[in-house]
Ligand binder design. Sequence first.
Ligand SMILES: [Zn+2]
Length: 353
Amino acid sequence: MDRRDSLKLMGMGAVALADPQIGLTAVAAQRPVRNWIWIRPDDKQTDAQRRDLFRMYKRYGIYGVFIEWYHEATFKAAANAGLSTHLWMWTTNRRDQWIRDNHPEWYAISRSGKSCFDQPPYVEYYRWVCPSRKEVGDYLEQFVRDHLKKPYVQGIHLDYVRFCDVILPVELWPTYNLVQTEEMPDYDFCYCEVCRSKYKTLYGKDPKDIAYPSDQYSWRKFRYDAVTQLVNRLAKVVHAQKKPITAAVFPTPEIAQRIVRQDWTRWNLDAFCPMVYHSFYLEPERWIGEAVEQGVFGLRDAKPLYAGLYLPAFANDNAFEMGVRYARRNGASGISLFGDVTESQLKILAALK
Ligand SMILES: [Zn+2]
């Protein structure tokens, strides 16, 4: 089947959104299936426990793990078990003491003038830095270079690679006592000096003077592009070392643009792990398939998409299996699991490979 035919097939998938079984594209169907797990190193684990855990993952056909920070024993055990080991890094949400001490001006500023340095939105750990600043890119590039030199780091996985949520997933609104049917000034970023002057140079206007910022499309795009340029800069560094770079992104290209200013289908990455966390959006398992189909279509089949599933959202193993099936039938080249993975879930994944 040639490229044109596969594009035609994709078009059919988009039209047939109502039936989440139709979206699977020819190219996606031919890709090897790769399943992943996001993991957090645990200091209390012994080497033997790590070895046994990663061997079990491998036995059930898990391809790789995203490890939340550099913990050599964890990287080593996973690599020795034959898993692909990627450093899972927080990208534009940075609490680094060094940045706090030396560059408080790197922190993003809301439309209401509050800096993530001392007035973080929603939660204490939301310390967003501004992607428009060259120095932020320099710092992150160095962080990536330093980590690529460490033993057993086989790839880089970007997370929190975006602006602060201008709109939270709807499930979280009651938690913060908010109704976010519109973009609110405290959560709309970034209005720092650098963003304002760069935008003004391009469009002749200070973003602070925009009457309806949520509907100023050049101002939206300016921010998508700020993140895209940062990501592509990091991708260049990783690719120069012949290693892969992937990212955890918001569930569909449209949702990602609208609520966190991610335009991820333009990113020069090797694979994408959209967090299709259906419960966050008050959707049933079926929606996982629809979201995956939109992502696969957005990527034009050029790169694999591994559907990120949020394990606490599944009531039981049957629901989990449905989620996996919806993702796979709609073109996901694999699954990435977030949460406490059980052996029965690994069995289901292995059986559907
Ligand atoms: Zn800024």
